[in-house]
Ligand binder design. Sequence first.
Ligand SMILES: O=C(O)c1ccc[n+]([C@@H]2O[C@H](COP(=O)([O-])O)[C@@H](O)[C@H]2O)c1
Ligand SMILES: Cc1cc2nc[nH]c2cc1C
Length: 332
Amino acid sequence: MTIAEATRARLDSLAKPPGSLGRLERLAIRLAETQGRVDPSAAPRRLIVFAGDHGVVAEGVGLWPDSVTTAMMRLMLEGRAGSAALARGAGAEMVLVDAGSKAEGLSGEAYRDWRVARGTANLAQGPAMSAPEFEAALAVGARAAAEADAAGVRVLALGEMGIGNTTPAACLAALLARVEPARVIGPGAGATAESLARKQAVVTEAVARARALKDPRTAIAAVAGFEIAAIAGCIAEAARRGLTVVLDGFIVGAGALVAQALDPAAMEACIAAHRSAEPGHALVLERLGLEPFLDWEMRLGEGTGALLLLPMLDAAGSLLRDVATLAEVTGG
Ligand SMILES: O=C(O)c1ccc[n+]([C@@H]2O[C@H](COP(=O)([O-])O)[C@@H](O)[C@H]2O)c1
Ligand SMILES: Cc1cc2nc[nH]c2cc1C
């Protein structure tokens, strides 16, 4: 019997009409699958926000200057960003990782002066990163997962911060889901008709160049971002360690596509928290084979969508662990 079948049997044996908790039951089955046990737990949990900057911002693909990446990370450290507020509410510890500079995991006041030290090269003019840089960013993410596991964390919520990163995310979605760029281009953190047209042109050209590269890792590195590669490395390592990974929006989804390309089994650890308002996200989730549990029209990033699902994961875990069986109630 698979874990999914055993969990379904357990749910059907509980003191309730079969299926009466609707999608919460599907979430419980998914949580059980990711942990390989019928009595899973959504605690302790940790939000990891991976940050990176992007040379492609110079092409006018968005509205914001890349100084906003560092400014927002500092706001997270101060506990005043949207993600920080939601993490407090969800009882999730928050760890910030500068994927670009390969800095140490960050949390707390001591890191006030931290900044994104290095962004990717402009992917419109050449590869965003070299093969060794790609491997180093994967390792940054893997180390973050290993540290979480060593600290006893069972559930990792993944988020990102990186002005410009919907452009590499769109490139990766087009490349790895094998769709036309137009299907995965969207407004990101805001757009004008002009910035959208630039993004469309940049993504179309970069994806065509990446598709011509024979080695898949080189092709991915050519259009990736440091935080996106770190997310991929984090998912792969968390999956190897049996942690549950709760995915946020479009950019984290692009990181998951990279993880899937490197190791398809990594998807077994993943739960898609929500479907982002970014139009390409639905296609990414389809390609990942994951069902989004929420659709709240969110597109902030920072892990906010993943955090929103955590109380429901608690409910799913409690259901499996704490509810009496029908046999106990009816005496048979
Ligand atoms: O999570 C999402 O689905 C999402 C969708 C659109 C934008 N974002 C956030 O907005 C930033 C990227 O937008 P942009 O327009 O600068 O490419 C980045 O910091 C992301 O966290 C996030
Ligand atoms: C203000 C701001 C906050 C963000 N958080 C994640 N992406 C962001 C993009 C902007 C522009």
